[in-house]
Design a protein around this ligand. Sequence first.
Ligand code: HEC
Ligand code: HEC
Ligand code: HEC
Ligand code: HEC
Ligand code: HEC
Ligand code: HEC
Length: 287
Amino acid sequence: MNGGMKFFYSSFFAALSLALVYAGCSDTVSDLNVNSEPGVHQQGFATPGSSGFHGTYINNNKLWNLEACRQCHGNDYAGGNTGSSCLTCHNTDGGPENCSLCHGGNGKSNPPKALNGQTSISYIGVGVHAAHLDSTKWSAKVECYECHQELTSFDDSVHIGSNPDGIAEVVFGSLARNSLGGGITPDPGWNRTDAKCSNSYCHGTFKNGNVNAVADWVQPSSVYCGTCHGDPATQNPNPKPNGVYISPHFSYWTLNDCYLCHNQVMNTAGEIIDKSKHINGEVNFNR
Ligand code: HEC
Ligand code: HEC
Ligand code: HEC
Ligand code: HEC
Ligand code: HEC
Ligand code: HEC
């Protein structure tokens, strides 16, 4: 190796480890197998931070299904006949198919961290994923398959497909469609133009719920105690169908009274004590 090359590689390693530290990424580079044969890839293809970096290239050219890469680097990413393995750098479970590589992070596959690297709630690809998955206030964790088709592997056709647009399909599962009866069968809808979710069981389309409630995916404050059931204006969470309180719910009750009949869900202090029994598809009350 000549001096120039040494310099190139040492700064490359420095940049790479910096990038890994910065990204909080668990990938470590132990034994980098860098083949210096020129011309196959553009300059900087292996250099994080470079405009020619392969991560950027994959995103810009929508090559997420990695079929193009596998053609030369092998279906197992071990190098194929290129002699250059992806797995030296991508050495966590699944290699470059690791679920938290392109979206999510820190072992989680859901955003924050969208495909384009954005992490802000106001970006549609991020939205309130965390509020449904990582830090739920009202309910148990909402599984991916309640909003996206369930995928069994990276190559599952419902995942990326042969001609990806980079927009995740929203397909509601059984919870959003759950019916408590009363003539109400929710038909949940996702409107990408205004990033809103409507007619879902979870947010109020159930017997005596706020059937017309709309939840704003990029605006966490659009949902609070009283938006899904009860009166959104007063935040009183008592069910109040058509603006009228009906038995067994009465206007004078406060949160401290719910436990009288819903003691699996609420305590005497008016707190939700078991999130797994709230928004779980059935009314839990004392029998
Ligand atoms: C036409 C065959 C071919 C395809 C397609 C291909 N590669 Fe490569 N790749 C090579 C060869 C050969 C090398 C080793 C020579 C070199 O580094 O240029 C290599 C090396 C690399 C390296 C090591 C970088 C370096 O400078 O040594 C990375 C990273 C890489 N490829 C990523 C990818 C990714 C990501 C894809 C898919 C977007 C891809 N490759 C598609 C042939 C290919
Ligand atoms: C020299 C080390 C190295 C090699 C070899 C390498 N990668 Fe990467 N790759 C990285 C780093 C570092 C990142 C950025 C990781 C991050 O952002 O967490 C990355 C990012 C990616 C991404 C994420 C793109 C996105 O959405 O941001 C994909 C996909 C990927 N690599 C595929 C491959 C494939 C396929 C190969 C083999 C053909 C390969 N990589 C080889 C280091 C490498
Ligand atoms: C409460 C519903 C909901 C749940 C649960 C949910 N998602 Fe999403 N997801 C969405 C919505 C809405 C979008 C934005 C779709 C769009 O852009 O049209 C989205 C977008 C995405 C995207 C694309 C990000 C981007 O950059 O555009 C990925 C990847 C994703 N979700 C993965 C997951 C994974 C993995 C899980 C489970 C761990 C999950 N989601 C759970 C509703 C959900
Ligand atoms: C190489 C990048 C990459 C990796 C690795 C990856 N995904 Fe994705 N994922 C995407 C892209 C791109 C989309 C948007 C799909 C589209 O364009 O239709 C997506 C979308 C999703 C969605 C939203 C629903 C959908 O299919 O549109 C879920 C859920 C998801 N991925 C889960 C996973 C899981 C689980 C893994 C690990 C097995 C994984 N992803 C690994 C790129 C990746
Ligand atoms: C006197 C007993 C009683 C008290 C006190 C009570 N509930 Fe209920 N609640 C019920 C019963 C019984 C049902 C099931 C009604 C049915 O299935 O038709 C129910 C159902 C519900 C539902 C589902 C919608 C519906 O009307 O079926 C919600 C939401 C609800 N209660 C919230 C509350 C809240 C919030 C409080 C405290 C402010 C509260 N309840 C206090 C007895 C009570
Ligand atoms: C995101 C929408 C949403 C919010 C916000 C919400 N609820 Fe509910 N709540 C529901 C749904 C849906 C039900 C119907 C029964 C079920 O699936 O648990 C329900 C039912 C209830 C019940 C009846 C017992 C049961 O089985 O769950 C009580 C009590 C209750 N909610 C109290 C509250 C209180 C107190 C708050 C605010 C601190 C609140 N809810 C906020 C959606 C919501």
